[in-house]
Design a protein around this ligand. Structure first.
Ligand SMILES: NC(=O)c1ccc[n+]([C@@H]2O[C@H](COP(=O)([O-])OP(=O)(O)OC[C@H]3O[C@@H](n4cnc5c(N)ncnc54)[C@H](OP(=O)(O)O)[C@@H]3O)[C@@H](O)[C@H]2O)c1
Length: 192
């Protein structure tokens, strides 16, 4: 991009308000996975994640990308890694959260769809780095308590308004779970 165009894009970017939204499914003890994969398969979860994320850039860790195994269609996979040689089809590797946010914002501007959401997609390391920037969390709370696993970072639930959206009872081997929309009572860190 030419310097003048880049400056113009930067000015536009400054004027535009972007939001980071965390999408996560966690157990009662905040466990989100075993390090390689998820620990449960919830009916409707893939559909819900698709609805929440379509048309948005996803910021994720290299381990989470590997566990999914491919770039998700209709979204941009921005993958954080410290490995300068890491490449995968359809994914944009970045070396820091700041770089991930810049790539995500540039992509949203290029899409010209008016979408302002950047999705914090996990896993544990990336949730920890990005949660202070999130204004909202779209959470699935799972009625399970796995003894080991990667955890979502500890957060003060009193700092968030918690709206229960939908609740599902346990069935057979499947634990009960519920969808929540959490909004931060105070401002998140700025993305600009
Ligand atoms: N339940 C859910 O909603 C949910 C969502 C997503 C993931 N998960 C689960 O979470 C687990 C994976 O989480 P995880 O914490 O082990 O790994 P992760 O956060 O997905 O990825 C960690 C990797 O990201 C890179 N990284 C981390 N911080 C970085 C930084 N500051 N700058 C540059 N790169 C950085 C490093 O990659 P390199 O090693 O390549 O340098 C690091 O090894 C899996 O079990 C997955 O299934 C669950």
């Amino acid at each position: 991009m030419k310097a003048s165009m880049k400056k113009q894009a930067n000015n536009f970017q400054m004027a535009r308000s972007f939001h980071m939204v965390c999408v996560v499914a966690m157990a009662k003890n905040r466990v989100i996975g075993d390090g390689n994969d998820l620990l449960w398969q919830l009916p409707g979860d893939l559909k819900r994640v698709k609805q929440l994320t379509m048309g948005c850039p996803l910021i994720m860790g290299r381990r989470t990308f590997d566990s999914i195994g491919r770039a998700l269609p209709g979204r941009l996979s921005v993958v954080m890694t410290r490995d300068k040689r890491w490449r995968a089809d359809g994914a944009v590797p970045v070396a820091s959260l700041a770089a991930a946010i810049d790539v995500a914002k540039d992509w949203l501007i290029e899409q010209k769809l008016g979408e302002n959401r950047i999705i914090l997609f996990g896993g544990g390391q990336i949730y920890k780095a990005g949660l202070p920037y999130c204004k909202t969390i779209e959470a699935t709370f799972v009625d399970a308590e796995p003894s080991v696993g990667v955890k979502f970072p500890a957060f003060n639930s009193r700092a968030w308004n918690d709206k229960l959206l939908q609740q599902f009872a346990a069935e057979g081997d499947m634990p009960g779970f519920s969808y929540h929309h959490l909004t931060r009572k105070r401002d998140a860190l700025s993305l600009n």
